[in-house]
Design a protein around this ligand. Structure first.
Ligand SMILES: NC(=O)C1=CN([C@@H]2O[C@H](COP(=O)(O)OP(=O)(O)OC[C@H]3O[C@@H](n4cnc5c(N)ncnc54)[C@H](O)[C@@H]3O)[C@@H](O)[C@H]2O)[C@@H](O)CC1
Ligand SMILES: Nc1ncnc2c1ncn2[C@@H]1O[C@H](COP(=O)(O)OP(=O)(O)O)[C@@H](O)[C@H]1O
Ligand SMILES: [Mg+2]
Length: 296
């Protein structure tokens, strides 16, 4: 347990525990007004994708676009440029070594997703620090994958200003909180919540993912082991980015809807797929969201 207090401080009181149900989708995914444009649906910047883990950021950006982000930009290793444009020509590219362009794009984004396939080398550490230092009050930050490991290894705290969502799986949460897997009971987590610093939403990914926010804890009861494939969390991070970027009334509900939709699509696909490819979920999002909007 040693060390977690270093990261977390804010007082959280979980007073409501409930199951996350499908009505969240109908609450969040509404018909778009005709008089609107791409600038209304979120400028999402995704940062990640080392040479080794390029696929992670491709999947996350595919999910951001599928989820409906108005503009999706990817700051990644130049090695991913051709693959990115071949897979998702809708995405814009920034070389993550170009710090001026990275900072400029952090500033003009509504949502920043950092971590999928980021890796943990010094350049990645610098990027996490830069994002944390630059993020403003009216921005939303999604911290995933390697960015969480970097935080644990470098004793970084979540930044104060942006609305911050963390999406650790249990191993990442163990690194960050100091609570080992076998001890990650509800009680232990509540103890940590009381001390959380600067975090608005914690999506603790596992079979039956838990979503913690200041006054509530919701549990996802759908989804299954057909989701246990590398890239599944990268697609979730991109989906959350796309949802919070466009569904602006309530950030927490947008996160909950993203988590629910991601697993519901997987569950539907599992009726005819032994494993569900994460990129298929990214591509299925627009059709699924249209069905929700039409109440089908
Ligand atoms: N195609 C790609 O480029 C991929 C890149 N990835 C990236 O690789 C980096 C390292 O992330 P990883 O998660 O692979 O490695 P980590 O070292 O962070 O953790 C993975 C290990 O944690 C253990 N674990 C325990 N409980 C778990 C749970 N509930 N869910 C998931 N794992 C659990 C598993 O045994 C697993 O081997 C991240 O930046 C990630 O985004 C991964 O998403 C895999 C696919
Ligand atoms: N057995 C399972 N049941 C339900 N959901 C699962 C299961 N295994 C994995 N998942 C889901 O898949 C995603 C995996 O995320 P993560 O481990 O970050 O993947 P990656 O980093 O490889 O993209 C999470 O949303 C998790 O809840
Ligand atoms: Mg992950």
């Amino acid at each position: 347990m040693a060390g977690y207090k270093h990261y977390f401080k804010k007082n959280w009181r979980i007073t409501m525990v409930s199951e996350l149900k499908s009505d969240i989708l109908h609450e969040v995914i509404l018909r778009r007004p005709d008089q609107s444009h791409k600038g209304d649906y979120g400028r999402v910047l995704l940062i990640g994708g080392s040479v080794q883990f390029g696929g992670a950021i491709l999947m996350a950006s595919q999910a951001s676009i599928g989820a409906g982000a108005g503009l999706t930009t990817v700051a990644t290793d130049r090695a991913n440029l051709t693959a990115l444009h071949a897979r998702t020509p809708e995405a814009m590219f920034i070389d993550w070594q170009d710090s001026d362009q990275v900072v400029e794009n952090i500033k003009k984004s509504d949502v920043i997703v950092i971590g999928p396939g980021l890796g943990t080398d010094q350049q990645a550490v610098d990027l996490v620090k830069r994002v944390f230092a630059t993020g403003t009050q009216d921005q939303i930050l999604v911290v995933d994958g390697s960015a969480l490991t970097i935080m644990a290894e470098n004793h970084l705290m979540f930044p104060r200003k942006p609305y911050t969502i963390a999406t650790p799986h249990q191993m990442e949460w163990a690194r960050l909180s100091g609570i080992q897997l076998n001890y990650q009971t509800e009680h232990q987590l509540n103890e940590v919540q009381r001390q959380i610093l600067n975090l608005d939403v914690l999506v603790l990914k596992q079979h039956h993912t838990l979503i913690y926010a200041q006054n509530e804890l919701r549990q996802l009861m759908i989804g299954g082991a057909y989701q246990a494939t590398g890239g599944m969390g990268d697609v979730l991070a991109g989906t959350i980015g796309g949802f919070v970027g466009q569904f602006k009334n309530n950030h927490l509900k947008a996160v909950e809807a993203a988590v629910y939709a991601h697993s519901m699509i997987a569950q539907e696909m599992a009726s005819h797929s032994y494993v569900v490819k994460p990129s298929f979920i990214a591509d299925a999002l627009p059709n699924y969201m249209a069905r929700i909007q039409s109440n089908l």
